[in-house]
Ligand binder design. Structure first.
Ligand code: AGP
Length: 619
């Protein structure tokens, strides 16, 4: 996903832009560039590869000026190279534009502009924006941008500067996030808050189909009809240090180790005298009492959190609950209506498929509840109600703390609904609430066994790497679990594959005889989640089947479980004892760490894995 930064003020724009782009590196990218209004010219520099290449180039030849735009590009149209990197300029290099999103009708626009004599340099969709603004520019940049936007189909967040207007920075958004950083004598544009937090915590979240014109002392927002829109800045509650590594080698490791404290904060914020409240929620108790079914819709890790939520909701609230990936839900004419609560789970709140699913659900009359982490994100603002996970900025592409925070919100929502709809006794409610309150401490105890100095999971990862090379790099992983931990089997597999690029599959253990057991010889390595539960004996049978065929088993069991010691498993990981309902919050910790240590063994870019972006804002 691309990153945009814009600056207008009295500082050297180059410094502000590069700092802002460095805060957006987590989004994943393959090239970077800046354009600055210098006197009566636009000067620019753009480089393929990591930001440090651009920084070193600019160190040798800095670009002076106090107005500019910057960009990190995650290629959608055109290979990653310098020509296709942003910013893109018009024919006469009088204006520059950066863009996050996809212009779906760029080919026809490009053909028409070429017929009018415009010369294109790149293969990108974005370049058509620069030439359209050039075509419509008659001395008023904002007016030229308005005319351009009317022709664009697709998604965009853009920032534009023009050499003739050194006191203006223009931005616009349609379905790609764009925020305004409000400073004193300076203003900022960015794709996400971390890019401006070194300078201001006052941000305005732009809505769809809005255009903003920033000067050094003013912010003017208009809708696409040209009508003024008044918005008050929100104050970002966390500071930039939370978006830094704090001594950890990777953001992912830092975010894994934050989980116990975040779970504790979530409970403290939402539970008072054992009563649950969601504060900002705009869905009434009456509505919650009336829903006849629940649809949970999400992508990736958020989908796994939602699948775990499905188990909780059906067990305690006894309401039919189903789940779908956003990309499937949005195209299959789903059976939702006014009696359906649709829960959209999304850390970023900007995932294109999940946003489209939200709009589809609302169009069908369903009530939509968003569970999001990013304040002011599009999904959080278009849903009927939102519960923020308040996990703080999640920088690593591989989601960890957002996942356990989503689970925590599902636990609270489940208990809230069970009490409201009287589907569990007060006694059971009190029992579950007391068990849930134990979890943050148990997570911290578990994490303390895996402090970043040498630990058992690092040894398992080293063992796997040796085995992997002995088997000529053909080894894979299979994750097995049952019931409420089955989503964790999927999540453990996703964590491993997305940062170590090793093939890994999560499966319901009861399905082994229906096919996957054919895989078993001494490969794949099989992670079996066998904590104390109603299906524990069945998991032991699965382990025996695997061992009988020479398989290698990593067992995840409850501390003190002696029976599993007799199963001849190869590696044992123990997690603290807690009611089965809450065990996913503990089981996932070693799954995250195992993935982290294996990826570290292979020396990959753990925080920014290849081909991935932190939030998929394009289809
Ligand atoms: C998970 O580690 C991945 N980063 C990815 O699957 C992610 O969970 C998915 O893209 C959904 O993102 P969202 O929660 O921001 O919507």
């Amino acid at each position: 996903m691309c990153g945009i930064v814009g600056y207008i003020g009295n500082k050297e724009a180059q410094d502000v832009l590069l700092k802002g782009l460095s805060r957006l590196e987590y989004r994943g990218y393959d090239s970077a560039g800046v354009a600055i209004v210098r006197g009566t010219k636009i000067e620019f520099d753009k480089k393929q590869g990591k930001l440090k290449t651009l920084i070193s180039d600019l160190k040798d030849a800095p670009i002076k000026g106090t107005l500019g735009i910057g960009h990190t590009r995650w290629a959608t149209h055109g290979i990653p190279n310098e020509v296709n990197a942003h910013p893109h300029l018009d024919c006469k290099k009088r204006l520059a534009v950066v863009h996050n999103g996809i212009i779906e009708n760029y080919q026809e626009l490009k053909k028409s502009l070429k017929r009018e004599g415009h010369k294109f340099l790149s293969e990108t969709d974005t370049e058509v924006i620069a030439h359209l603004i050039e075509k419509f520019y008659k001395g008023d940049l904002e007016a030229a941008v308005f005319k351009t936007l009317k022709l664009l189909k697709g998604t965009y967040a853009i920032a534009v500067v023009h050499k003739n207007e050194p006191d203006k920075l223009v931005g616009a958004r349609a379905d790609s996030p764009l925020i305004i950083g409000v400073g004193k004598g300076e203003n900022f544009l960015a794709s996400d808050a971390p890019a401006v937090l070194d300078y201001t915590k006052e941000v305005i979240f732009m809505d769809n189909h809005e255009v903003v014109t920033l000067t050094r002392d003013g912010v003017s927002i208009k809708d696409f009809h040209g009508r003024k829109v008044h918005k008050k800045p929100s104050k970002i509650k966390w500071d930039i240090s939370q978006a830094e590594k704090a001594g950890y080698k990777h953001f992912m490791l830092k975010e894994i180790f934050e989980q116990g404290d975040i779970l504790s904060k979530i409970i403290d914020e939402r539970v008072a005298n054992d009563r649950i409240s969601f504060g900002e929620l705009k869905i009434s108790e009456r509505a919650f009492k009336g829903f006849k079914n629940i649809a949970i819709v999400a992508c990736g890790t958020a989908y796994h959190a939602g699948l775990t939520g499905k188990y909780m909701l059906e067990e305690l609230v006894r309401i039919p609950s189903w789940i779908d990936t956003s990309s499937e839900f949005r195209y299959r004419d789903p059976m939702v209506d006014k009696d359906t609560l649709v829960i959209i789970v999304s850390q970023s709140g900007e995932t294109a498929d999940s946003l489209a699913a939200l709009r589809e659900a609302r169009a069908k009359g369903a009530t939509v509840l968003g569970i999001c982490n990013v304040l002011g994100s599009t999904i959080s603002r278009e849903a009927d109600g939102v519960i923020y996970t308040h996990a703080g900025p999640e920088i690593a592409v591989a989601s960890t703390k957002a996942y356990t925070a989503q689970l925590a919100i599902f636990y609270l929502l489940t208990l809230y609904l069970a009490k409201l709809r009287k589907t569990i006794s007060d006694k059971r409610y009190d029992y579950f609430m007391s068990e849930f309150k134990r979890v943050p401490g148990l997570v911290n105890d578990l994490l303390s066994e895996y402090k970043p100095e040498y630990n058992a999971l690092e040894a398992y990862a080293e063992g796997f790497k040796r085995y992997y090379h002995q088997k000529h790099n053909k080894s894979t992983f299979l994750y097995l679990a049952r019931n409420i931990n089955y989503p964790n089997a999927l999540e453990g597999a996703l964590k491993l594959k997305e940062i170590s690029y090793i093939s890994a599959e999560g499966y319901p253990a009861g399905e082994m005889k229906h096919g996957p057991i054919a895989l078993i010889d001494e490969n794949p390595w099989v992670v079996c989640i066998a904590v104390q539960s109603k299906t524990y004996d069945k998991m032991l049978s699965n382990i025996q089947e695997i061992k009988a065929r020479g398989g290698i088993v990593i067992g995840i069991a409850t501390e003190g479980d002696r029976e599993i010691m007799h199963q001849n498993i190869n590696y044992l990981i123990e997690v603290p004892k807690v009611d089965e309902l809450f065990s996913p919050l503990l089981v996932v910790i070693p799954l995250q760490l195992l993935a982290y240590y294996v990826a570290r063994e292979f020396g990959y870019d753990i925080d920014q894995p290849r081909n991935l972006a932190k939030s998929v804002t394009v289809e």
